[in-house]
Design a protein around this ligand. Structure first.
Ligand SMILES: [Zn+2]
Length: 145
């Protein structure tokens, strides 16, 4: 699956958390939908404000289209998690395999991490792997092919 960065955090749009149950999500959606629904606006709300609310209503509605459906929610959660991971992982450095130490006995490439731990990639993995976690801390290196 190709991952594209979502333009919106739909949970945030609903004022919700990814850990919320479907019932909680629905409750939050309904509350906001009612608040921003174009038909529910007071007559004395200024025009600019009305437009903002309509915009919010469209976002809330869109968020619910994604999060209110089990399948699209699952897909979105996966994508969101992947995005968060790459965001959260502090990239230590980008490195070429040739710059790592080769251990013939274990058939593994290693690189010392600044925490004192090691990055290691088995030769058999090198074709599919581009990000490698340190075995001790949360740093990650990117292997350039
Ligand atoms: Zn480390």
């Amino acid at each position: 699956m190709a991952l594209t960065r979502p333009s919106q955090d739909w949970y945030q749009v609903l004022g919700a958390e990814p850990s919320d149950t479907p019932a909680e999500l629905k409750r939050k959606y309904q509350k906001l939908a009612l608040l921003y629904h174009p038909d529910k606006q007071e007559a004395d709300v200024p025009a600019g404000e009305v437009e903002q609310r309509v915009q919010r209503f469209i976002e809330v509605d869109q968020a619910w289209k994604i999060l209110g459906n089990e399948e699209t929610k699952k897909e979105y959660d996966l994508q969101r998690r992947a995005d968060k991971l790459t965001e959260k992982w502090p990239l230590h450095e980008q490195i070429h395999l040739e710059d790592m130490s080769w251990n013939e006995d274990e058939q593994v490439y290693t690189l010392p991490c600044r925490c004192g731990g090691n990055y290691s990639v088995f030769k058999s993995e090198t074709k599919d792997v581009s990000l490698v976690c340190c075995d001790t801390c949360s740093l990650v290196i990117e292997i350039l092919q």
